[in-house]
Structure formats: C-alpha cells, structure tokens
Design a protein around this ligand. Sequence first.
Ligand SMILES: [Zn+2]
Ligand SMILES: [Zn+2]
Length: 322
Amino acid sequence: MDKPSHLSVILDLSPTQWALCAQSANPTGITLQTFLSQLLAFLNAHIACKDENTLAVFGAFPGQSGMLYSSTGEITSARTESTDANTYRPFRTLDSTLMTLIAERLESYDSTTEEAPIGLVGCLTKALCYINRAITTSSSSVTEIEGAVASVDPRILVLSVSPDQSSTYIPIMNSIFSAQKLKVTIDVCKIFGAENVFLQQAAHLTGGAYVQVERTDALLQYMMMSFLPPPAIRQLISVPTQDRVDFRAACFCHKRIVEIGFVCSVCLSIFCQPVPVCSTCRTKFPIKTLQRLRDARPLAAAAPPTKPLAPKNGTATPARPG
Ligand SMILES: [Zn+2]
Ligand SMILES: [Zn+2]
C-alpha cells in the first residue's frame, strides 16, 4: 500500500427498498440502521489505512442525488462538534456529518406518495466529476494526468438495494465509458434484491468486483475483504469475480431489456425491432435489409398474433377476410 487511494462510495438510499430489505426473511434482511453502522466501520477503515487516503460519499435518494461527505471538506455538518478525547477526530467528523445528512434527507420524504426512481446516475456522474477534478487540479499535462491517476488509484463502490431501471441504460453506459477513460474501477455490492444487469456490466467493464451479498449478517466482512484493498493490491489477493455476466442491453425505443436487439450500423443505437429510420442518427435503411432482418428474427418474437381476439360483447364488426 505505497500509493494513496481514493474511494467514492455511492449509497442507494431508497426508503421503500430498505423497508423491504428489513422485512425480508429469505434471505435474511438487514435494517438501514445496521447497514449504516457497518458502513461507518468500513469507511473508517479506509481512512485509517493510509493518512493520504481520500473519501467521498454520495447518496442516491428517490429522484435526486447529492454529496454527503468528502474528505476534502466541502460538506460539513451544521451541528457543532463537541470534542471527545476518546475519538479519533476524522472518524467523528465522518460519522456525524454522514448520519446527520442522511437523517435530514430521509425525513423529508413523504411515505404516502409513490417513490421516484433513485438518482443512481446522478451519483455516478457526480463521483466521476469529483475524481476528474481531483486528478486534473493536481496536474496539467497529459503525462502528469496519467501519473496522477496512477498515484490516486481511484475507485467507486456502489452499494445497491434497488432493481435496474431500464430507462437509465444509456447514461449508465456513458458513465462506464468515462470511468474506463479515467481508469476508475467500479465495484458493486448488491445487498438486497435481484441481480443488477447494468451494474454487473459496469463492474465487468472497469475491472471491478460485483458481489451479491448472500448473508447480510456478514456484510461488514464482505466489504472489508472485497472492497477495502485498492485495485493495485487485488492482484495479490483473490477478490470474488463474476463467473457469469449478464450482457443484455436495453432498447433505445422502449427502454426495455432485450434478449435480441437490432443495432444501427452508423451510431450503434439498439432497437428491439428492425426500424426503417434510426431515431438517433436519422439514417435510413433499405427496405430489403429490413425484410431480411424481420425474416431472420426468431419465431416466438416475430410471429404476429394468429387470430384477432374475439370481441366479448359479440356485436363487434366481422373480421375482414384474409
Ligand atoms: Zn424497443
Ligand atoms: Zn443510428
């Protein structure tokens, strides 16, 4: 551990998903309170590993995202801190700032209205911007930037409880490409719920680890063993990797996750069915190609309903012949 390491943590703080997680019996769930106390132990461990280590925490709330803590001191809790001789000061600042801001944000949500999708993409882009700024302010030329990336060893850890939102496919893919360019590793820890297709791809494409927590009572152990070592150390220790990655994409037209898609040969947009004009780049495709693609589709997807549905009231217009 010669080099300092930067860690950006993205917390999925959807009240509905956390309530479901707390009630879950199989697998055993975990309450938000227990999760946060284990998280603080993990974050403190990261700061304690090395004096120069930096940390930023982002919260994905329903319909919005925001920074909750940064070790460079942009966010501070409004509460005046009492000094405690028995606590290491950076730990105390982190714990109180994070807990106060999370409590404030969560209190403002109305549980009676339907919850908006969480701002995961907002958090990802904010974390990438933060890392980019940290790298570029300390260096000006291209070679210096490459040196800075190597010395900071930046990574993002996503702690997720919410399911995929297929409408976020494009922005998440764009974030993955930016992360690859900045040499940022994205790790994913799935605490509750089904596997997350897009986050699996994010971890796979940036060389990170995707860990599906099977026993929530051992959450801290999962985090300490898999996510505390920076990427450079991971060549020496064995971090769980995925044996199977779900590479499905979402179509650009309906934002549905598709098994078979049709890709525009000009701009690489994905569609769930052959289209005469690409809605992204306006390229027109010849009728012959469309016909060939339609014929090549598997039967189950391509076959039109064989019979029009019989009307229930029996007085509808007779079906046209042919
Ligand atoms: Zn579609
Ligand atoms: Zn196109």
